[in-house]
Each structure stands twice: as structure tokens, then as C-alpha cells.
Ligand binder design. Structure first.
Ligand SMILES: *[C@@H]1O[C@H](CO)[C@@H](O)[C@H](O)[C@H]1NC(C)=O
Ligand SMILES: *[C@@H]1O[C@H](CO)[C@@H](O)[C@H](O)[C@H]1NC(C)=O
Length: 260
């Protein structure tokens, strides 16, 4: 009897351990790559109920890549911070995408505007995972997402040109010293109007239409979500155990005269 009770206790306490092992075996791998001609500080933030991955942020010099593992059902976002100096004592510590002036964001999201990679992993490998790139709150640098190995259907391309170079004055975020455009706000972020944010009487797809601002974003980066009710073709559904997230993926990013 005593043995039976111990056995039952063992059975009851065992499942968490077993689950832990299964999750670890099915980890999803993100390769985060920096092709920008300047350093970046990539960051991650989980959606509610999901764990922090990669401490929420890390340093990535130009030309380098970093591996980030995530649970197979992870939901959250990746973005890049630019122009950071964590020893400057000034706040925010980063010019774009800052999270409370911390290197490791530890679960907090970044200050918009920043280009967001939104990820919704589905653990069941017979079903697709979902991901998109959003500039609904604005843009800082371009990013591309693909599966590994790559598949054209699972690819989110970068941009045809820099949104920062075509950003109208009313949306610009400037480098405080050099005065160049380092990020571009969305109209929703800049003006906080229902019309641009697709809220209240504009809270339906048929009511919230593209604006001249969102069209400017869409024209530069056709693969991204440019406003809240943008076409769902911007959302990719593909199953994979490995993904590649490349910041500044295109040749123009390297040729472009960034002054950071
Ligand atoms: C960061 O800030 C500190 C303090 O202001 C300064 O001494 C240092 O040169 C800065 N680093 C860079 C890379 O700009
Ligand atoms: C990270 O966040 C967790 C949960 O909020 C907290 O317990 C922990 O102290 C934080 N770590 C750091 C280094 O701030």
C-alpha cells in the first residue's frame, strides 16, 4: 500500500518533467543575422503567457549572426534596436526600438517606431506556424524572414527602398546630433487618430482603408503589414523548425549611406 502511494505520487509529479523534456527536444531555432553596415541590438518580447527568449536582447555586430532557441509554441516579436549606448547614462539608451534602456529587454516591448517581426509558432508540426513583418507602428530598419531551408512561399522579403529616405517630415524620427532620419512613425503612431489606427468607427476592415501614409510604407516594403487591416497576404503560414531573420537583407541596405 505504502509502495502504491509512493508510486502514485511519482506518477503525479512526473508529467511536468516529461513535458519539459519533450519541449526541449522540439525547440525551434531562429538565426538572427545582421547585414547592416552598423551594429544592431536585436530584441525579443514574448506575448502574454510565453517565456522570454535570448534574455530579450543582445548585441549583434555588422556581419554577424546569433542563434536563438524558442519553445515550439512560442508567440512573440523580434525587432532591432539601433544606435545604442548602454553606458551613456542617457535614456533611452537606443536611438530606435529602446526597451527601458536595458540590453536584455527581459520581456518588455520596444519603443515604437521599429519594424516588428511577429511570430506565432504552432507546436503541432503537421500545422503551419504564422509570421509577418509589421510597420503598423512604424519602421526603423528593413528585415527579411525565411524558413531554413528556404522556400519562396515561406519568404518575407525586405524592402525596395528605405522608408526613412521617403519618410515625410511629420513622421520622421531624427538623430538628435546628426539630424538624419533614423526611423519613421506610422500615421497611427504620429497622429493617434481612429482613422489611421483603425479604431472605433474605423474598427472594421471595410471602414479602415489605406491612407497616403500607409501606401508610402506599402510601396517601399510591399511584403509588410502597413496598417492594421492590410491584406492578409502579408501573413505567412509555414511549418519549420528553423527560421532566418535577416536585418538589412538587401543589397541597397549595404550600399545605402547610413550615418549611424
Ligand atoms: C557611450 O557613452 C559614454 C558616456 O557618455 C561615452 O564615453 C562613450 O564614448 C559612448 N560610446 C559610444 C560608442 O559612443
Ligand atoms: C526579468 O523579469 C522577471 C519577471 O518579471 C523578473 O523576476 C526578473 O527579476 C527580471 N530580471 C532582470 C534582470 O531584470
Amino acid at each position: 500500500m505504502k509502495f502504491l502511494i509512493s508510486f502514485l505520487i511519482l506518477l503525479i509529479s512526473w508529467p511536468p518533467l516529461t513535458l519539459g523534456r519533450v519541449v526541449e527536444g522540439e525547440t525551434v531555432l531562429f538565426h538572427v543575422k545582421n547585414r547592416c553596415p552598423f551594429p544592431i541590438w536585436p530584441a525579443t518580447a514574448p506575448n502574454t503567457g510565453h517565456p522570454v527568449i535570448a534574455d530579450g536582447g543582445f548585441y549583434l555586430p555588422s556581419g554577424k549572426a546569433h542563434r536563438v532557441t524558442a519553445p515550439p509554441n512560442w508567440n512573440g516579436r523580434f525587432w532591432a534596436r539601433t544606435g545604442c549606448n548602454f553606458s551613456s547614462g542617457s535614456s533611452p539608451a537606443c536611438q530606435t526600438g529602446d526597451c527601458q534602456s536595458l540590453l536584455a529587454c527581459n520581456g518588455t516591448i520596444g519603443l515604437p517606431p521599429a519594424t516588428l517581426v511577429e511570430v506565432n509558432l504552432v507546436a503541432d508540426s503537421s500545422k503551419p506556424s504564422f509570421y509577418d513583418v509589421s510597420v503598423v507602428d512604424g519602421y526603423n530598419i528593413p528585415v527579411a524572414v525565411s524558413t531554413v531551408p528556404s522556400n519562396p512561399k515561406c519568404m518575407i522579403q525586405g524592402c525596395k527602398k528605405s522608408i526613412n529616405s521617403v519618410c515625410p517630415q511629420e513622421l520622421q524620427v531624427l538623430d538628435k546630433i546628426k539630424g538624419n532620419v533614423v526611423a519613421c512613425k506610422s500615421a497611427c503612431l504620429a497622429f493617434n487618430l481612429d482613422l489611421f489606427c483603425c479604431r472605433n468607427s474605423y474598427g472594421k476592415a471595410e471602414k479602415c482603408k489605406p491612407s497616403m501614409y500607409s501606401e508610402m510604407f506599402k510601396d517601399a516594403c510591399p511584403s509588410y503589414f502597413s496598417y492594421a487591416f492590410d491584406t492578409p497576404t502579408s501573413l505567412v503560414a509555414c511549418a519549420s523548425k528553423e527560421y532566418l531573420i535577416t536585418f538589412c537583407p538587401d543589397k541597397w541596405n549595404v550600399d545605402h549611406q547610413y550615418s549611424m
